[in-house]
Design a protein around this ligand. Structure first.
Ligand code: MN
Length: 200
């Protein structure tokens, strides 16, 4: 399979002022494109070239580092773009809100745990909200790993992820990763997260 980069599901400026237009251009058109190009190169002519991105990610530990890093990068960024929308301060509702309260005590405690997962991830990586054994949990992964990978320390089904690589925020927030994580809550598409939660 030759992977391709889908256009963003909204305009580059749609997440302003929380995530700036220039960052979205570079992040999607350059960084995500590079993951797509490099995973295609890494699987060309190998036994893995007809696998789906989900199959590659699930077996990341037994393929090559190039597939793990770039295949992970492709899966993670596709998931990330789909997770975002300028939400005008909305919070989760319904069953998702109940599950967050049940797992963490409150939405605010969940946010603190997620932000801590993002800020304490040393170097580059991701913070995640995952379903694990039917319950919600927060985790983080290094580099372009994700909780679906066989190599993940904490495994589960991701329903929300935040890219904490410097390329995701440096133009606007420079070294202030916590400020970026705070702004992130304004662009979470809770409808999408709820849909993923209900699918399980
Ligand atoms: Mn990124």
């Amino acid at each position: 399979m030759v992977f391709t980069l889908a256009p963003l599901p909204y305009a580059y400026e749609a997440l302003e002022p929380h995530i700036d237009t220039e960052t979205m251009h570079i992040h999607h058109d350059k960084h995500h494109q590079a993951y797509v190009d490099n995973v295609n190169k890494a699987i060309a002519g190998t036994a893995h070239e007809n696998k789906t991105i989900e199959e590659l990610v699930a077996n990341a530990g037994s393929i090559s580092p190039a597939v793990r890093n770039n295949g992970g990068g492709h899966w993670n960024h596709t998931f990330f773009w789909d997770s975002l929308q300028n939400n005008n301060g909305a919070k989760p509702t319904g069953k998702l809100a109940e599950a967050i309260d049940a797992a963490f005590g409150s939405f605010d405690v969940f946010k603190e745990k997620f932000n801590a997962a993002g800020t304490t991830r040393f170097g580059s990586g991701w913070a995640w909200l995952i379903i694990q054994d039917g319950k919600l949990a927060v985790s983080s992964t290094p580099n372009q790993d994700n909780p679906l990978m066989d190599v993940a320390e904490v495994k589960g089904t991701p329903i929300l992820g935040c890219d904490v690589w410097e390329h995701a925020y440096y133009l606007k927030y420079q070294n202030k990763r916590p400020a970026y994580l705070e702004a992130f809550w304004n662009v979470v598409n809770w409808h999408k997260v709820a849909e993923r939660f209900e699918k399980g």
